[in-house]
Design a protein around this ligand. Structure first.
Ligand SMILES: CC(=O)SCCNC(=O)CCNC(=O)[C@H](O)C(C)(C)COP(=O)(O)OP(=O)(O)OC[C@H]1O[C@@H](n2cnc3c(N)ncnc32)[C@H](O)[C@@H]1OP(=O)(O)O
Ligand SMILES: O=C(O)CCC(=O)C(=O)O
Length: 374
């Protein structure tokens, strides 16, 4: 489904929500390198930390700001006067002021009332705007909020001078149709920009983010490799490719150098990337099955859903239990040896026997040696 081209602003929160993943700590050097690489890819906004955490966090925010990257920088803050004061003077002029939207959170976390939330928005947003900040109001747990109250929050935010509202599916319980309805409703009641913040607890963060964009969200939160609280956030790479390929939406993000950043974030967060993780996993552009390999050799479009070059990768054709003769001919060609299909057909049973004995042999040099030995 393609629609007219629109630009969606990516607000990447690898350095805030990404670092909130249990056990993850980025060093300053890692933060600087990640910020530089995100910016170099063309990511227009980066959420880079939480000033209320303390002096070290604030110094690191200042150091990232001192890079003077072309990306707009935001800090995240609870909607409290003291936290807001900590967020000023760091060289960052955009802030997400977060306050809970659901009765669950308002009553059982903040121990407050809806009226208190609205009054706090009115006071705190105005203070921030008067201090020269561009304010996004983070509606935490918006997915469990009463939608009429969310409208009231949006109205209060806009009246106080905020320019954006963030719809957070904090506990990751939404699905794309519900997101579409919720963002459509918000779009109808506010002129502010709308940002989607999704979590992947049900494996739907990217789908929900795309649905939000389709429904009229102007901004979306992402993280590199989908890092983030619990099951993570919407993956930058999936969102950028999905927005363009499915809807024709532009982001200005060029992922051809993404593998280096993906590896860097994985290493810095102590993660291993699943071999089948879309777009970045080791095996997601590898092909073994005879019919697929034959089809790809004739024309990549036969079995290519996503062009791997978009994310700096290429198809890998490997031999294995499911190979056909064309795959064998191709494998020998890569070794500089010409064989015909009849010869390939004769070799196939031997190759199958070899790979049955040596699991995951297709990528190994052992297999190449074996092919030479036949
Ligand atoms: C859904 C999200 O991702 S929100 C972002 C969450 N990120 C983080 O928590 C990481 C950084 N956090 C921290 O460094 C610390 O939690 C701090 C500095 C923010 C606060 O530390 P502490 O003052 O020691 O409080 P602690 O973390 O134990 O508890 C959180 C407090 O914030 C309050 N709070 C939570 N959200 C909000 C909010 N949006 N606005 C105002 N207060 C809030 C809680 O009610 C609780 O206060 P209480 O004990 O008076 O009820
Ligand atoms: O309120 C916000 O800014 C969103 C915070 C967040 O990370 C979340 O709700 O998951």
């Amino acid at each position: 489904m393609k629609s007219n081209s629109r630009t969606i602003i990516i607000d990447d929160t690898t350095l805030r929500d990404g670092e909130q993943s249990a056990g993850v700590v980025f060093s300053l050097a890692e933060k600087l390198a990640i910020a530089e690489q995100l910016s170099a890819l063309g990511v227009p906004e980066l959420e880079i930390g939480i000033p209320a955490m303390g002096a070290q966090e604030r110094d690191e925010i200042k150091a990232i700001a001192a890079l003077k990257l072309p990306s707009n920088l935001l800090v995240w803050s609870r909607m409290r006067d003291d936290d807001l004061q900590h967020s000023l003077g760091l060289g960052v002029t955009s802030i997400d002021l977060s306050i809970s939207a659901s009765d669950q959170h308002i009553q059982h976390k903040l121990k407050q009332s809806r009226a208190w939330v609205l009054a706090t928005i009115e006071r705190c947003v105005k203070t921030a705007v008067d201090a020269g900040m561009r304010v996004c109001v983070g509606a935490e747990d918006a997915s469990r909020a009463d939608s009429d109250f969310l409208t009231q929050m949006a109205e209060a935010a806009q009246a106080a001078g905020a320019c954006r509202i963030r719809f957070a599916d904090t506990v990751g319980i939404m699905e794309p149709f519900g997101v579409f309805e919720a963002i459509r409703k918000l779009r109808a009641v506010t002129d502010m920009d709308i940002e989607m913040h999704a979590h992947d607890d049900l494996g739907l963060a990217t789908a929900n983010t795309l649905a939000a964009a389709f429904a009229g969200a102007t901004h979306v939160n992402t993280t590199v490799n989908g890092l983030g609280e619990r099951a993570g956030n919407a993956a930058l790479e999936e969102v950028v490719v999905g927005l363009k390929q499915l809807y024709g939406f532009e982001t200005g993000v060029d992922l051809r150098n993404f593998p280096a950043l993906s590896r860097q974030v994985a290493t810095a967060s102590g993660d291993t990337i699943g071999s089948r993780k879309s777009l970045i996993g080791r095996d997601v552009f590898s092909h073994e099955a005879g019919i697929h390999v034959d089809g790809l050799l004739k024309d990549p479009n036969n079995y290519q859903g996503v062009d791997p070059a978009l994310v700096g990768r290429s198809h890998q054709l490997v031999l294995g239990k499911h190979s056909g003769s064309q795959g064998v001919v191709h494998a020998y060609k890569q070794l500089g040896i010409q064989i015909n299909r009849w010869q390939a057909g004769r070799l196939l049973p031997l190759i199958r026997e070899f790979v049955s004995l040596h699991k995951r042999a297709p990528q190994s040099t052992d297999l190449n040696q074996f092919l030479h030995s036949l």
